[in-house]
Design a binder for this molecule. Structure first.
Ligand SMILES: [Fe+2]
Length: 218
């Protein structure tokens, strides 16, 4: 399917007051998201217009290399924020449904998973991405230093926690304790139904792949 331009979406999180995360933070944050959309479209256009017979390939520096690498930064800036904004604006509370079942089994308890996310949030320089692995159905909290480092293939993001300072410095201060307070606020505003919808899609994709894929090869 040919690539289409992406567009910034509207999110319910912007129609209500969040608990602890200010409207100003959200509005400033949305501008970053719009910037990622714009750059994704511009870089994809450049990649589609390159003359690949003539363009230089060079690992030290080349236009192809620069645009290709930064395209993933822009595109994942879009995708990660799409999920982040998408699942804010909820009622918070404890993890529920299928997601709670999976992390309970994977982390020996839902509270332990939450502690793991809190510590991952203090350890990441950019994002914590909670992902479902299409190969084995496991859940993992990926620590990502930027939006394009370091997740793995066949991981479907189900929960995205932005820990860049722009997400919390205004409301909580740019300190380790400020970040911890922000992570608690993030959970208070999380829409677990959204998380579970992502997970349902991921599990359906795995079931579909398993039904045609046969036995995994080593
Ligand atoms: Fe962000």
């Amino acid at each position: 399917m040919p690539w289409d331009e992406i567009k910034p979406r509207q999110f319910k999180a912007f129609d209500k007051e969040l608990d602890g995360i200010s409207r100003q933070t959200m509005e400033d944050h949305y501008k970053l998201y719009e910037g990622y959309v714009k750059k994704t479209n511009a870089l994809r256009k450049q990649l589609n217009e390159f003359d690949y017979a003539e363009i230089e390939g060079n690992q030290v520096y080349s236009d192809l290399r620069a645009v290709s690498v930064d395209y993933t930064f822009a595109l994942l800036g879009f995708k990660n924020h799409d999920l982040y904004f998408g699942h804010l604006g909820g009622e918070g509370g404890e993890p529920q449904g299928r997601f709670a079942e999976l992390v309970d089994a994977e982390f020996n308890g839902v509270e332990k998973w939450k502690d793991a996310v809190r510590k991952a949030a203090s350890s990441a320089r950019g994002w914590v991405m909670v992902g479902y692995d299409l190969n084995d159905g496991s859940i993992f909290n990926y620590i990502m230093d930027t939006q394009n480092l370091w997740a793995v293939y066949n991981m479907v993001p189900v929960l995205a926690l932005d820990v860049y300072e722009h997400a919390y410095a205004r409301d909580f201060g740019a300190t380790p304790d400020g970040r911890k307070a922000y992570v608690d606020a993030f959970f208070r505003n999380l829409d677990w139904d959204h998380v579970n919808r992502q997970l349902t899609q991921a599990e359906a994709a795995k079931a579909g792949a398993d039904s045609v894929g046969g036995e995994p090869k080593g």
